[in-house]
Design a protein. Structure first.
Length: 326
């Protein structure tokens, strides 16, 4: 068996030692990576089958409705014109809803681009771009009567300031703070409603439906507070963004310590099972609401503090606990 001894290499003392300036430079450039080639499969057989099937169903309904109108005209002219007017009004309403949803989606994408631009401005300290961003924010919020004077003050202040951080911080303190309070009230209302329904209704599936509907309504209202009115498709898109944010950050924020803040040790022994479930569902609703704020809020938190779940629950459930809200 070979002895495990250190292996030494003796250098020739007469060998010249190169000067550091004469050593070849090391190239730290990253190696080229293979680019992924996008798939060119297209819709595929299943996609084409769904497309043709939907086209056939739509054609069948359209032809059937046309035959129905023609038959009514043949039966009675007045009845035919009445049904034709109703059909034309229905089609106009459908197109109006589609156009409105497209505008909502465009507004949401504009807000997403605005948030990315704000992140870039905070790192590059671009003063003209910051002023342009504040102008765009004012175009969104100055239409509201309770924010009109605040937006005018921010527009005037941005002209005299050369610090992007200061401009955005002032905007956050005077405009975003008002919107944050409105959004927090929506979360408190939703958490209170979910806790009450869970505690009072003994049927579990009704609790789930009520909590789901309350959360969707809360997310839609928070989106309206920060970005304007939204429709069904825009609300669904916002719900998807909030769900992705929750998956990325975790459904339960242990750092908030909401259980310890809301549930005192002696209080837990006095809570019934249904009431305890109501408190847990209310906390989860508050967590979803805070994620909706972080998704919809155009400015990152700088001087304002992120809402704490424990504070939201204490405000929402004032009167149930012997604690006054902060």
């Amino acid at each position: 068996m070979r002895d495990k001894k250190p292996f030494t290499v003796e250098l020739d003392e007469t060998a010249p030692i190169p000067h550091p300036a004469e050593v070849d430079q090391i190239n730290d450039a990253p190696l080229p990576t293979a680019k992924s080639v996008p798939s060119e499969r297209g819709l595929g057989l299943f996609g084409w089958a769904i497309s043709f099937g939907a086209s056939l169903v739509f054609a069948y309904l359209a032809i059937g409705f046309w035959d129905f109108l023609v038959a009514q005209f043949a039966r009675n002219t007045l009845l035919g014109w009445t049904l034709g007017g109703i059909a034309a009004t229905f089609v106009a309403l459908i197109f109006t809803m589609i156009i409105r949803e497209l505008l909502v989606i465009a507004r949401m994408k504009n807000m997403e681009r605005l948030r990315r631009r704000i992140d870039i401005v905070l790192s590059t300290q671009d003063v003209p771009e910051t002023r342009h961003i504040i102008s765009e924010l004012n175009c969104i919020y100055a239409r509201r009567k309770h924010l009109k004077s605040n937006c005018q003050n921010q527009a005037q202040t941005a002209k005299d300031s050369v610090d992007p951080n200061a401009m955005l911080s002032r905007y956050e303190g005077e405009v975003m703070a008002v919107l944050d309070k409105q959004a927090q009230k929506e979360i408190e209302r939703a958490a209170r409603q979910v806790a009450t329904v869970t505690a009072m209704v003994p049927i579990p599936w009704i609790d789930m439906l009520a909590a789901f509907g309350t959360n969707i309504t809360m997310i839609r209202r928070i989106g309206e507070i920060y970005g304007g009115r939204s429709g069904p498709i825009g609300s669904w898109r916002l719900l998807r963004s909030v769900s992705s944010h929750l998956m990325a950050t975790g459904a339960l924020a242990v750092g908030d310590d909401w259980l310890g803040s809301v549930f005192g040790g002696s209080l837990l022994s006095r809570l019934s099972r249904r009431f305890g479930e109501g408190m847990v569902n209310a906390a989860l609703t508050a967590r979803v609401g805070r994620a909706a704020i972080e998704v919809c809020r155009p400015l990152p938190y700088q001087i304002q503090k992120r809402p704490k779940i424990s504070v939201i629950l204490r405000r929402a459930l004032t009167g149930i606990f012997d604690k006054s809200p902060d």
